[in-house]
Design a protein around this ligand. Structure first.
Ligand code: ADP
Ligand code: GLC
Length: 533
């Protein structure tokens, strides 16, 4: 099966969050399962600078239609190292310096004004590139709003890419809150007929909506956990597109993300002072804690419990609750806090003020630092993740791999990956963290207090740590679910008919937190069939 993965981020070449991590690992996991996978990414400045892997020119250049004109695409090439014996995966990078030779991927506090044009160009260039290869692709797997128009191109402009006539499309939603909403005249950039600009296809309240476009046109739609797949079928989870998701029946599968166990493995992590496994987690984590303290100029012998936050300083992540709880508990002296993140200026300022007011009790590093993220995950005892919503979340999975116990709000993928440490779950060895319901600081404080209480019982805590470190969150199971989904989609009758997606959904690794819940039948009828009829 030939699979083309199309996305706006791929780790380590270009990353702002978990999307990059997924694209950095899933392709190799699929190739290990026998899929022939290619990945395509925009040739951003940060990807081309060669720091994250060798980049070579392919010598291929071609013109891509954008609006009434064309833009030149220059194709570069890189490779993602094969994992666990899997083959290396080829990554093509689509270059157009005016669009992608910029300091950041999407803009800063203000998004770049031409983001619609940049990603419409990229999506179209990907299909032009894919149809240059003699061997056709079976599945084109797009991700998030940036590539939401790919399924629409395949369905609505089939004549433009005859070699892709049999390719089926799968679109994965990583976050409903970012939809790629643009003014209606950007429809002209797409080259698609205005008849697609209506509320059942590309239009949403008068605007062009690229995530909706992907959801509507794809042969199958997935998101990154079963619980989130349920939540987005209604408000507020659907962020206004709940009707669109509902209009496709419950044909939406949730497949939990995995983690790249080559990169996130405390036993072989170059960012740690002392590698460790479940058997010597106490020593390994102590060494990491000392190294972290030294890094920020604190007492390395301070062995109070450390609660950390690693992530985007965004409303989604509940960073306000973290700040409130840190302010509340710092003075008590029983626990220390460490925040690594970047994003919202206001949140940065609040945290800076708190850190200054509580030296040694609250530490803050503002910035994006991959190595430091690894060190913090190893050094911390607890990871705080009070997300307002969380499609899947990877940081809690990294935490568990490093023997750090997640304290998380009961939402989305956090429900599917963390098992609350009730007395029963602890006794049965199934517990992996602490869950709380309400999106307020009191609830997070309660979750953290429960964790601190168990932490005081050293043998019980060490059993919990060893238990979470033994879980398997590698990509193997989830990649198998994607492959099954791809097979179903490819086997479905070419024009219309129903694709059965039930039983495709992948749940948890050994954590056992997730069930394999899936959608129902998926109506694959497309308007190509209507037009040809
Ligand atoms: P999201 O994609 O919503 O940001 P995830 O938990 O899925 O959340 O993934 C976040 C990824 O980004 C993880 O790899 C995490 O380590 C990384 N990350 C987030 N913020 C930072 C930061 N400031 N420095 C380093 N890595 C970060
Ligand atoms: C999004 C979500 C996060 C998820 C990631 C990868 O950024 O916010 O929950 O883990 O995508 O799928």
């Amino acid at each position: 099966m030939r699979v083309l993965e199309v996305a706006s981020e791929v780790a380590p070449l270009a990353k702002t969050g978990g999307l990059a991590d997924v694209l950095g690992a899933l392709p190799s996991a699929l190739s290990r399962l026998g899929c022939d996978v290619t990945v395509v990414l925009p040739a951003y400045r940060e990807a081309l600078d060669g720091r994250h892997g060798p980049i070579e020119p392919t010598g291929w250049e071609f013109d891509v239609a954008v609006g009434t004109g064309t833009r030149r695409a220059t194709i570069w090439q890189s490779r993602l190292a094969g994992r666990h014996g899997g083959a290396d995966v080829t990554v093509y990078l689509v270059g157009h310096p005016a669009y992608f030779d910029r300091p950041t991927l999407y803009g800063g506090a203000e998004a770049y004004g031409d983001n619609a044009e940049r990603f419409i160009f990229f999506s179209r260039a990907v299909l032009d590139l894919a149809s240059r290869f003699e061997q056709p692709y079976d599945v084109i797997h797009s991700h998030d709003w940036q590539t939401g128009i790919v399924p629409a191109y395949l369905k609505a402009l089939p004549a433009a890419w005859p070699r892709l006539a049999r390719a089926r499309s799968v679109h994965t939603i990583h976050n409903m809150a970012y939809q790629g909403v643009f003014w209606h005249w950007d429809m002209l950039l797409t080259g698609l007929d205005w008849r697609h600009f209506h509320w059942r296809q590309m239009e949403h309240f008068g605007k062009l909506n690229l995530l909706k476009t992907g959801i509507v046109f794809a042969d199958a739609v997935t998101t990154v956990s079963p619980t989130y797949a349920r939540e987005i079928r209604s408000a507020p989870g659907g962020c206004g597109l709940e009707g669109t998701l509902a209009s496709r029946g419950d044909a939406l599968v949730g497949i939990v993300n995995g983690i790249d166990t080559d990169l996130w493995n405390p036993a072989a992590d170059p960012h740690l002072p002392r590698p460790y496994g479940a058997a010597d987690a106490v020593e390994g984590k102590r060494a990491a804690k000392r190294a972290l303290a030294e890094r920020v100029g604190r007492d390395p012998d301070d062995d109070r419990p450390l609660a950390a936050f690693v992530g985007r300083l965004a409303e989604q992540k509940g960073i306000g609750m973290v700040a409130d709880v840190a302010a509340r508990l710092a003075a008590g002296g029983r626990v220390r806090f460490f925040v690594l993140g970047t994003g919202d200026r206001h949140a940065e300022e609040t945290l800076r003020r708190l850190a200054a007011a509580h030296p040694g009790a609250i530490d803050l590093v503002v910035g994006f630092d991959e190595g430091l993220a690894h060190l913090v995950q190893a050094a911390a005892d607890m990871l705080l993740m009070p997300s307002l919503y969380e499609p899947c979340g990877l940081t809690q999975l990294y935490a568990m791999a490093y023997g750090t116990i997640p304290v998380v709000r009961s939402t989305g993928g956090l429900v599917d990956t963390v098992v609350d440490a009730t007395p029963e779950a602890l006794a049965a060895g199934r517990a992996s963290g602490f869950l709380f319901e309400h999106a307020d600081a009191g609830a997070l404080a309660w979750g953290l207090e429960r964790a601190l209480e168990l932490h005081a019982d050293r043998p019980a805590w060490e059993r919990l740590v060893a238990g979470v470190m033994h879980q398997d969150w590698s990509w193997a199971r989830s990649a198998a679910a994607y492959r099954t989904l791809f097979e179903r989609v490819v086997e479905a009758p070419p024009h219309g008919g129903r694709i059965r997606l039930s039983a495709v959904g992948a749940g948890a690794g050994a954590g056992g937190g997730a069930s394999g819940e899936a959608g129902g039948d998926f109506d694959a009828r497309d308007d190509r069939a209507e037009r040809e009829a």
